[in-house]
Ligand binder design. Structure first.
Ligand SMILES: [Zn+2]
Length: 310
């Protein structure tokens, strides 16, 4: 049988199956300017949720990753995120449950991309025993790093690092280009250097607290003023129902509610969910609602959310 006749039935089947480009159902509505997808909504325990990681789509294109916790690699595949298109990585702090999947995610980006992949990495400065973000990236991907082979293994990875040390008094702008503005405030997570981020694009805004104890809240409130969405990592119950040491690392629900109200945010999404918060979710939400009158809910892996949408 001539080759051409074999192709024709295949082409017809491909069109019917929607396999060819352009055969997908097209929606007339443009994508929202800014959209969040949760890759990992969990905490450090391996209890079913991936650990902290979020993707932001700008005009429908995944461009920003916030944290890269364990499990993000698998969820990124399930969400069909084209990782080679991510241009910015924002690290809130360098605990393993926020940065542990970085090598796997970068290798996945490299093997799926063609041309060079420029990736800007923002993260905190260092404080013993925590390396600064530049040192952290060097230890992984530098010339003598654990994965030194990776930047030139497939599509070249062009990594640039900016270390952020915002003062406690005012947020700083870390990126302002093509309508995208990223600002940062000093986080507070016990002894770990930490940064909270705000992303503004297309008239919409999202703030990520990272893991934050109550000492970080004044700076967060300044950063989050009038934001459409506040993603807050919720790890402890109101005192005294969680171990005392955890209050040196995380903010309880009543404090989250007060901060959200004071910042006048439109909506709160609780992330980094641990089993205690999951089990007592109604009490957690009730406590937040005592102070914050807008919508508040627990995140789940792969959830998509458009800030500012009704
Ligand atoms: Zn954490």
């Amino acid at each position: 049988m001539p080759l051409r006749s074999l192709f024709r039935p295949f082409l017809l089947l491909a069109v019917l199956a929607g396999l060819t480009t352009g055969a997908h159902a097209q929606s007339d509505a443009p994508p929202p300017p800014l959209e969040l997808q949760i890759l990992g909504s969990g905490g450090p325990g391996a209890v079913g949720r991936a650990a902290s990681s979020h993707v932001l789509r700008l005009d429908g294109v995944p461009r920003i990753l916030v944290d890269a916790g364990p499990g993000a690699f698998a969820r990124a595949g399930e969400a069909r995120i084209p990782l080679a298109r991510i241009r910015t990585l924002l690290l809130t702090h360098l605990h393993a449950d926020h940065a542990g999947d970085l090598p796997g995610l970068l290798k996945a980006a490299a093997v799926s991309g063609r041309g060079p992949i420029p990736l800007r990495i923002f993260g905190p400065g260092g404080r013993d025993p925590y390396p600064a973000t530049g040192r952290f990236v060097e230890l992984l991907f530098g010339e003598r790093g654990a994965f030194a082979y990776l930047p030139d293994f497939s599509a070249p990875l062009k990594l640039t690092v900016s270390e952020l040390s915002p003062s406690e008094s005012a947020p700083i702008t870390v990126l302002d280009e093509d309508g995208l503005r990223i600002t940062a405030a000093r986080g507070h997570h016990g002894e770990a250097p930490a940064v909270a981020y705000r992303i503004d694009y297309g008239g919409r805004s999202i703030v990520f607290s990272g893991d934050m104890d109550e000492a970080g809240l004044p700076a967060l409130i300044a950063l989050a003023q009038d934001a459409d969405l506040l993603v807050f990592n919720s790890v402890v119950l109101d005192p005294p129902d969680s171990p005392a040491v955890l209050y040196t690392l995380h903010s309880p629900p009543a404090a989250i509610g007060r901060a959200a109200a004071e910042a006048c945010v439109g909506r709160v999404l609780l992330a980094h969910i641990v089993p205690a918060v999951e089990t007592h979710s109604e009490a957690v939400l009730d406590s937040i609602r005592q102070h914050f009158k807008g919508p508040v809910e627990l995140a789940h892996d792969l959830q998509r959310l458009t800030p500012g949408a009704p």
